[in-house]
Design a protein around this ligand. Structure first.
Ligand SMILES: NC(=O)C1=CN([C@@H]2O[C@H](COP(=O)(O)OP(=O)(O)OC[C@H]3O[C@@H](n4cnc5c(N)ncnc54)[C@H](OP(=O)(O)O)[C@@H]3O)[C@@H](O)[C@H]2O)C=CC1
Ligand SMILES: O=C(O)C1=N[C@H](C(=O)O)C[C@H](O)C1
Length: 267
């Protein structure tokens, strides 16, 4: 029998959190120890997840949860601001974080990497848990070797807090590793309306679309000599992310360093 991994979930009422609760409940070797929710401190998970059969308590803060409970992994599906705070707090307290929130700067990632290694703890920060999205980023990095002119269009639901998405930022990083800086478009190009050309990153342009009805989508456009290559991924629902969350909870237990992006633990 597999060793049971004791999990605390931050953000259990959210769209991702609700899926993650179901994932933890149906996975035999995962145990939901408690949840962190700033609105339900002192309550139980049953209050917002009626089908739930367990007795996991809810803490208002991760600090309180750490003081009162023994657990292995913190899964964070809250907001960019809280996700960052929880990543640092977990590593300082011997807990392995699996962070789904985005918006980490390179300096913050470097600081967390150092902290994880110093403490010999696994830490996974996953800009995107969907396997198809990871492949989309890998294919984009491959294509960037041959097509140097690139525009990224990421499309999300209109409740998203950060732009560009973590996936778009990670795509830029992976493309940067495969292609040198290239300033794109006409050298005398002028934006008559600010923002019309999107954000400039390593010479590429990144456009963020926010609309109700969307979930999480990205297309990477590569322009060439009389040809256009489009690499696209669509998440139609949050269940698309759960196999990545499951693998992350399992793999973080085997690591003693920070991994940024699931492509680094995929065979
Ligand atoms: N890496 C990946 O593959 C994916 C990552 N994400 C990221 O995951 C996060 C959650 O996404 P989603 O579920 O769609 O968003 P939701 O807004 O549906 O969920 C976020 C939840 O976190 C809660 N929350 C806010 N602050 C705290 C806190 N201090 N403690 C505990 N809970 C808190 C919110 O409560 P309230 O609403 O009451 O404030 C809400 O219930 C986002 O950052 C998103 O970008 C999303 C999809 C995939
Ligand atoms: O906020 C979201 O919804 C998502 N956030 C992640 C991101 O910023 O890339 C992952 C996915 O795109 C959904």
């Amino acid at each position: 029998m597999e060793k049971v991994i004791r999990v605390v979930l931050a953000g259990p009422r959210g769209k991702m959190g609700t899926e993650a609760l179901q994932l933890i409940e149906r996975t035999e070797h995962f145990e939901l120890v408690s949840a962190v929710d700033y609105k339900y401190g002192g309550g139980t998970v049953q209050q917002f997840y009626p089908g739930y059969q367990g007795e996991a308590a809810v803490y208002e803060t991760l600090e309180e949860c750490i003081e009162n409970e023994k657990f292995d992994v913190l899964v964070d599906l809250t907001t960019p601001e809280i996700g960052k705070k929880h990543a640092f707090l977990s590593l300082k307290n011997g807990i392995r974080p699996v962070i789904g929130t985005t918006g980490f700067t390179n300096d913050e990632l470097a600081e967390l990497k150092e902290l994880a290694s110093q403490n010999g703890l696994g830490c996974i920060i996953a800009p995107n848990f969907a396997i198809g999205a990871i492949l989309m980023m890998k294919f984009s990095a491959m294509a960037a070797k041959y097509f140097k002119d690139i525009e990224i269009i990421e499309l999300h639901h209109d409740q998203k807090l950060d732009a560009p998405s973590g996936t778009a930022l990670k795509t830029v990083q992976m493309i940067e590793e495969a292609r040198e800086y290239k300033r794109q478009g006409h050298p005398s190009e002028v934006e008559t309306e600010k923002g019309a050309r999107g954000a400039e990153m390593n010479g590429m342009r990144v456009h963020s679309v926010r609309l109700p009805g969307l979930v999480a989508h990205q297309q990477v456009l590569f322009g060439g000599d009389g040809q256009l290559l489009t690499v696209r991924h669509d998440s139609m629902n949050r269940a698309s992310f759960m196999s990545g969350v499951k693998v992350s909870i399992e793999e973080v237990m085997k690591l003693s360093e920070l991994i940024y992006g699931l492509e680094n633990i995929m065979d």
